[in-house]
Design a binder for this molecule. Structure first.
Ligand SMILES: *[C@@H]1O[C@H](CO)[C@@H](O)[C@H](O)[C@H]1NC(C)=O
Ligand SMILES: *[C@@H]1O[C@H](CO)[C@@H](O)[C@H](O)[C@H]1NC(C)=O
Ligand SMILES: *[C@@H]1O[C@H](CO)[C@@H](O)[C@H](O)[C@H]1NC(C)=O
Ligand SMILES: *[C@@H]1O[C@H](CO)[C@@H](O)[C@H](O)[C@H]1NC(C)=O
Ligand SMILES: *[C@@H]1O[C@H](CO)[C@@H](O)[C@H](O)[C@H]1NC(C)=O
Ligand SMILES: *[C@@H]1O[C@H](CO)[C@@H](O)[C@H](O)[C@H]1NC(C)=O
Ligand SMILES: *[C@@H]1O[C@H](CO)[C@@H](O)[C@H](O)[C@H]1NC(C)=O
Ligand SMILES: *[C@@H]1O[C@H](CO)[C@@H](O)[C@H](O)[C@H]1NC(C)=O
Ligand SMILES: *[C@@H]1O[C@H](CO)[C@@H](O)[C@H](O)[C@H]1NC(C)=O
Length: 795
């Protein structure tokens, strides 16, 4: 095991030194050469991901291993690499990573000249310059949470043994190994197939946290200070939170500022965690490091990957590390949960849209950190707070607003206004509300009311503040301000009520959750599903901006928001499903999750978006996860990894693009295959694009019986009157388990729809309802042009 990665992901120090010495020489000598050639960029080395043209593959008869093959390819263009190779064949000079599974290629340090030279080689397919990906937390990376106290939890945990024996691989920024969520009490050793390792200090790992590694060989070239392995054990605000959400152990007495008290647990409390550090706080995640970690995780034997990271929504599936690595992971039976992104609510903002990934959007929970503002007029208005003071008087205080920019960003302006002893209203914008709190406290304020941005609707993302603070929705803020203007001596008081489970409507869409359409494959609805992603409580190394009483212990739990938080919820639930159904494919698990969702909220109305209107499929996908129902879906839409090949050809990808994605499956020639249109991919949601009036478009599906051996299902379709949908046959009669039956959905439209049309199809038996959303889109892409305001900085 050690041998395998020796000289690759964690090269010994010596090789590092040789590498940097040689690089230095390369840099030092090329300026002269560049003078001769006159090239402007000569001598500057940059990181590139190099894709090797297929069918070029490494020949086991000639090369000892794939990295010596890659080193020899590199030596064709770099004299320094050639020398190093001749003198010491084990040297991997200039080679950053040699990929074994995820792509047919490697990453390397190259000059522009060398790259140009390389691009003339027969084996060269494509080079991608280095790229940074981001963790999917909201801009003010702070939030809240729902944990394993779920009412449905007990039953699911019973039939899935809490995910025992399942390994969840998490790629993130670090993990605080000493956190009680990663305590191994009661955990069995990892299964035999586990082939990973715990780097750094071995003692940080145990039967819960079974692996911890850092991938920074590519990142270290662009971000200073990563030259030494960064111990991913004492930091990792984000990674500790996501890991403990997916598979944290039971921790009694978890709370944030005395709120949300309870026993915290991840979705799969007995699953193992394998942690791969690929992101760095304040910096991001390097593409080639992500690929290397997925490469490793596949060989290590993880069952589920939780990837709360992503890049540009427009990235092609053949260029994106999550979809490239995710395909090979799926090929190896790994379930891949990804975050949809946090740049909603604008349309077409979604990342990680490949159909072999589960793409998870974020929604709210029923919990709130209740607080209110009582005005001199006796009007009491609701908000939320995590800044509950110990003794807070009942008397009314003078109420004021910041007459500067209104955002309470200038201490001198506030001081000049003399806000001493007052409660001050601060608008969102101009930085974090925690920073405003410090400013207004220094200026003498008694308390603070923070008004959320309009785009957040009723959603509040509270933080602990240094003075008593209530955060209110935009609409409430307007009411407070009109009271302020109408009064000569306005007064107010803040009332703190603690944690309540009475949110009027939940779940509701999170304003930041990225939305479809899926720009890289409009015919596949994304996101797939939504899960809790607003104010999720989970483990952290410590809480920023926390005002601690003397000798008080730093809290080990905090609330965070983002699709980064919803992604590990689904990874954990997938681990439960894997335990309960070890033979199911990743596609079958995804289908089970998607066809059993909740589409209504706690008021029995369809799940709402933040503006109060019904959330569209582009926001919710199939709906909100219901783990209990997902355990027993009745029927599943199954796919194997190779089913995506005719789909990719149908997207009109070049053979080279298809072959980079499907590596290490044998290369294909799309001309020789029957291409599959997106609508015919056996996906659990159904999207049909209508290009012309008076047309009938058919979509085919196949369902596998995983419920009751002998069972009969009848179809029920609900669509608006503007279209007709017919399903043939309308009844499916199964005689045995694992039997597969086909059906066709025919969509008839008399005209091209002028926007997205939403409906649903249900297969109903005595015991099961198997629901698929039906989305009918115009061929023009008109549905994606609706204007929506961009969210401004969070309160
Ligand atoms: C590949 O082979 C070289 C030399 O033959 C060796 O030094 C290196 O460690 C090997 N790499 C891997 C990943 O096994
Ligand atoms: C959980 O499993 C035990 C036996 O393993 C059974 O007695 C109990 O009824 C189950 N509880 C639920 C809620 O299914
Ligand atoms: C490993 O961690 C243990 C416990 O935290 C500590 O006692 C030991 O000194 C560490 N060893 C190294 C080599 O850092
Ligand atoms: C500011 O207002 C407070 C209370 O109204 C008052 O006690 C104080 O003297 C004022 N300070 C200045 C500098 O005006
Ligand atoms: C809340 O957490 C702190 C540590 O962060 C702990 O000391 C306290 O006991 C907890 N409160 C409750 C009610 O469990
Ligand atoms: C789905 O397809 C895979 C691969 O073809 C197969 O192994 C599996 O048994 C099928 N059924 C389910 C329920 O996963
Ligand atoms: C692929 O190309 C064909 C033929 O030009 C076209 O009809 C089809 O719409 C294209 N598919 C996609 C997904 O763009
Ligand atoms: C669509 O499906 C219907 C019913 O299965 C069938 O009669 C019709 O021929 C199909 N049309 C096309 C274009 O495949
Ligand atoms: C179902 O469809 C698949 C391909 O779409 C086909 O290979 C299979 O024969 C069909 N099965 C039945 C029972 O018609």
């Amino acid at each position: 095991m050690d041998n395998r990665s020796h000289g690759r992901c964690s090269p010994p120090r010596l090789v590092h030194l040789i590498a940097s010495a040689l690089l230095f020489l390369c840099v030092a000598t090329t300026p002269a050469a560049s003078h001769l050639h006159g090239g402007p960029d000569t001598g500057v080395h940059k990181n590139f991901l190099i894709i090797v043209r297929r069918p070029y593959e490494y020949d086991t008869n000639v090369y000892k291993n794939v990295s010596s093959w890659h080193a020899s390819l590199l030596a064709e263009v770099c004299d320094m690499a050639k020398e190093a190779l001749e003198n010491d064949p084990s040297s991997v000079t200039r080679l950053i990573y040699s990929y074994r599974n995820v792509v047919n290629g490697f990453s390397a340090r190259l000059t522009t000249e060398e790259l140009e030279e390389m691009s003339k080689k027969d084996w060269f397919a494509k080079a991608y310059p280095e790229k940074t990906y981001q963790l999917m937390t909201t801009h003010t990376p702070k939030m809240l949470g729902l944990m394993g106290e779920g009412r449905d939890g007990d039953g699911v945990w019973n039939t899935s043994n809490m995910g025992e024996g399942i390994i969840i691989g998490v790629l993130d920024d670090g993990i605080y190994a000493g956190h009680p969520s990663f305590d191994a009490a009661g955990m069995k050793p990892p299964p035999e197939k586990w082939n990973g390792r715990c780097d750094f200090n071995n003692t940080v790992c145990n039967n819960k946290l079974i692996g911890a590694r850092s991938f920074f060989e590519s990142a270290k070239w662009k971000w200073k200070g990563l030259d030494d392995p960064v111990l991913p054990i004492n930091e990792g605000q984000h990674g500790t939170h996501t890991s403990s959400t997916a598979a944290g152990a039971f921790v009694p007495g978890a709370n944030i500022s005395g709120n949300a008290v309870g026993t915290a647990a991840g979705m799969a409390p007995r699953a193992h965690i394998a942690f791969y550090q690929v992101c760095f706080e304040q910096k991001g995640c390097d593409r080639d490091d992500i690929l290397a970690a997925v490469d490793e995780a596949i060989e290590d034997g993880v069952d589920v990957l939780s990837l709360s990271l992503g890049g540009n929504p427009g990235a092609d599936f053949s260029e994106d590390p999550v979809s490239l690595g995710g395909y090979t992971a799926a090929l190896n039976g790994v379930f891949v949960s990804t975050a949809a992104g946090n740049i909603g609510p604008n349309p077409g903002t979604l990342s990680n849209g490949a159909p072999w990934l589960l793409t998870v959007g974020a929604s709210t929970t029923d919990r709130r950190f209740a607080a209110s503002v009582k005005l001199g007029s006796d009007l009491e208005l609701d908000g939320e707070s995590l800044s509950e003071p110990k003794d807070y008087g009942k008397e009314m205080r003078p109420l004021a607003r910041d007459v500067g920019d209104g955002q309470c960003t200038s201490e001198s302006v506030l001081t000049a206004q003399n806000i001493t002893g007052k409660i001050i209203i601060c608008e969102a914008g101009g930085g974090l509300s925690t920073a405003k709190a410090k400013t207004v406290l220094r200026a003498g304020a008694f308390g603070m009311i923070v008004v959320a941005p309009e785009v957040f609707g009723p959603v509040i993302v509270p933080r602990p503040h240094v003075l008593p603070t209530v955060q209110v929705p935009y609409a409430v803020g307007q009411k407070i301000k009109s009271y302020l203007q109408s009064e000569r001596s306005p007064t107010a008081n803040l009332i703190f009520k603690g944690t309540l489970f009475d949110t009027p409507r939940s779940p509701m869409m999170a304003p930041f959750s990225s939305r479809g359409p899926n720009v890289k494959s409009r015919g596949i609805l994304k996101p797939d599903i939504i899960g809790p992603g607003v104010n999720v409580l989970a483990g952290v190394p410590g809480v920023a901006d926390m005002v601690l009483e003397p000798k008080a212990e730093m809290p080990k739990f905090d609330i965070k928001s983002g699709t980064s938080m919803s992604c590990p919820h689904l990874a954990g639930v997938a681990a439960l499903l894997k335990n309960a159904h070890p033979t199911w494919s990743s596609a079958a698990i995804k289908s089970a999750l998607m066809t059993t969702t909740e589409t209504n909220d706690n008021t029995k109305k369809p799940i709402a978006d933040v503006d109060g209107t019904q959330a569209t499929y582009f926001a919710t996908g199939a709906g909100h996860v219901n783990p209990k129902k997902a355990m027993d879906p009745g029927l599943v839409y199954n796919l194997s990894a190779s089913d995506y090949i005719p789909y990719l050809c149908g997207l009109n990808y070049t053979d080279q693009q298809v072959n980079s994605i499907i590596h290490p499956e044998p290369p294909v020639n799309c001309e020789k295959l029957t291409k599959l249109q997106e609508k015919d991919l056996n996906y659990p949601s159904i999207t049909v694009i209508i290009d012309n009036a008076d047309t009938i478009v058919n979509a085919s599906r196949a369902v596998t019986n995983v419920g009751v051996a002998s069972s009969k299902y009848t179809v029920e379709v609900e669509v608006p009157k503007s279209v007709t949908v017919e399903v043939l046959p309308p009844e499916l009669t199964f005689k045995e388990l694992d039997e597969v039956l086909n059906y066709t959905v025919s969509v008839k439209a008399s005209s091209v729809p002028d926007g997205a049309i939403e409906g649903q199809l249900k297969w109903v038996s005595k015991k099961h309802i198997v629901r698929s959303p039906i989305l009918i889109l115009p061929g023009t892409g008109e549905e994606g042009t609706a204007e929506a305001p961009a969210p401004s900085a969070q309160p």
